[in-house]
Design a protein around this ligand. Sequence first.
Ligand code: DAK
Length: 258
Amino acid sequence: MKLDYLQLEQFGAVALLRLSRPEALNALCVELMEELAGVLERLEQDRSVRALVLTGGDTVFAAGADIKAMRDRSYMDVYTSDFVTVNWERLASFRKPSIAAVAGYALGGGCELALMCDMIIAGESARFGQPEIKIGTIPGAGGSQRLARSIGKAKTMDLVLTGRTMDAEEAERCGLVSRRVSDATLLDEALQAASRIAGYSGPVTMMAKEAVNHAFETSLSEGVRVERRLFHSTFAIDDQKEGMAAFAEKRAPQFMHR
Ligand code: DAK
């Protein structure tokens, strides 16, 4: 598959996907998002891949959707064509664990893309923001919703209404990112975390992700019920038998991902 806006590598069971449109600070044009959705579809089907790291460049993750490409589009056009929605939502529906490794700007759609991943690891240079207000619009790929669920109303309103950016230290403090590391170690850290995840049972990590994500969609009692059902389901998986047997026998488990 020829890629114009992305670079794809594989390290063991981890796919490393880089946004690569440096001349426009990785602005997320329609073509890039189409390509991203296509690659994610392929990775979803690829049984040799059990975790994903999504990253950008050394100084920018992504500066948002492509402003120049969308500036003249009409309401009728974006509404009736459901402007790029399907491709944008592909990452949110990706079922394997995903980590965003963010250095530099993650603005607008860039921040929203990172928020669709299961974890964000930030380099010291990371700058998060939803600056759409400055260009006469509002977040369009879930930023107002995922940020509010992630860091609460106060910080979300601050970012969305003022358009300011948040540095890595603040992002870690308010729980937007799970780890803050030096830029130099960012990719290693993300790949190590991903390969640790990929070393566990593939179907079980998918269930774990599904359980946590359910917390954002439902009431506590319903969420606990779903978690219980998924927990019960792990007992139908060979890897649960292997994992518990290995613990009892004081040896490393050999997961077969089934
Ligand atoms: N779009 C297009 N081009 C961009 C861009 C963007 N978002 N960001 C940067 N560029 C381009 C610049 O125009 C410039 O191009 P040339 O002039 O060289 O041709 C080049 O990248 C370098 O940018 P700068 O010269 O501006 O670089 P600086 O270092 O001075 O500034 C910056 C970096 C990140 C602070 C600045 O570029 C900036 O403010 N960029 C815009 C940030 C922004 O407003 N982002 C939010 C965009 S709106 C939806 C899904 C998603 C969305 C909406 C709907 N649906 C599913 C419905 C998302 C919306 C957005 O993200």
